[in-house]
Design a protein around this ligand. Structure first.
Ligand code: NAD
Length: 270
């Protein structure tokens, strides 16, 4: 059976941890050449080694890249196309939730700006250079390759529902990702470029678990989760694979919620 991303080239930002790490492994297992981009180079290099052990035939490229810097993102896409000849999937996954992000009254402007720089501008830059590259993708009918591609932008459940946890900049940034993604999808739909948001619920990854560092804090959230557990990064990776591959060929502009039912639920704690 050919992999679902056979002959495809995918960039994953934030590939050194959590959702990005699991997606890199899964995309490689489905035949993709995977570009692992992260601000933390050693973390991305570890993932590349892991992929080489698990899938010896997989091709990877590791790039130190800060998605908040336009020059880094341009170089990331340019180097990808120089090495692999095309770009089919751009997974704009990197994001931060700053520990000093708080209420409207307590959040420093510098924290707001940093969060927007990475979470919003990072997605814009990633989308911009991906679109430019995808427009030039060589067509190879025998291999199922064509102009266009799939862009996946990671938002969050907090983009669609209010969270009582004060993290104003993060919440606003993810709302921006959702709105930006919808517009990108509409503007580029006729070019064969699909753009979808991936909205994870609360996950058992370092981003959230570093913050929910006591059982009491975790239980306060778990009571709202219909499934009674946090999501796993690999569950989001599987959803990203669906959006990346032709399995989702008629989907664009969606707010793809993978949240264990959280956003559909009215829970009354006992
Ligand atoms: P994570 O913290 O486990 O991994 C994030 C990775 O991004 C890290 O390897 C980090 O080094 C990298 N990174 C940070 N800043 C970067 C930058 N400027 N440039 C490039 N790389 C950078 O996080 P995760 O839980 O896998 O989250 C991935 C995405 O999912 C984020 O956008 C996050 O906001 C979103 N999300 C996570 C959750 C959750 O509960 N974990 C929920 C909803 C949405």
């Amino acid at each position: 059976m050919p992999g679902r991303l056979q002959h495809r080239v995918a960039i994953i930002t934030g590939a050194g941890s959590g959702i990005g790490l699991e997606s890199a492994i899964l995309f490689a297992s489905e035949g993709a050449s995977v570009v692992l981009a992260d601000i933390n180079l050693p973390a991305a290099e570890r993932v590349s080694k892991l992929i080489a052990e698990l899938h010896p035939n997989a091709q990877t490229l590791v790039k130190k890249s800060d998605v908040g810097k336009e020059s880094d993102v341009k170089a990331l896409v340019d180097d990808t196309v120089a090495k692999f000849g095309r770009l089919d999937v751009m997974f704009n996954n990197a994001g931060i939730m700053h520990p000093e992000d708080s209420t409207a009254l307590d959040t420093e402007e510098s924290i707001w700006d940093l969060t927007m720089q990475i979470n919003v501008k990072g997605v814009w830059f990633g989308s911009k250079y991906a679109i430019l590259a995808m427009r030039k993708n060589p067509t190879d009918v025998a291999k199922g390759l064509r102009v266009g591609g799939s862009i996946i932008n990671t938002a969050s459940f907090v983009a669609v529902m209010g969270a009582a946890t004060p993290q104003l900049a993060y919440t606003a940034s993810k709302g921006a990702v959702l709105a930006m993604t919808r517009e990108l999808a509409m503007v580029h739909a006729r070019e064969g470029i699909r753009v979808n948001s991936l909205c994870p619920g609360p996950l058992r990854t370092p981003l959230l678990m570093d913050f929910l560092n006591t059982e009491e804090k975790r239980q306060r959230r778990l009571v709202h989760l219909p499934m009674g557990r946090f999501g796993e990064a690999v569950e989001l990776a599987r959803s990203a694979l669906f959006l990346a591959s032709d399995d989702s060929s008629y989907m664009t502009g969606t707010d793809f919620l993978v949240d264990g039912g959280l956003s559909s639920c009215y829970v009354t704690p006992e």
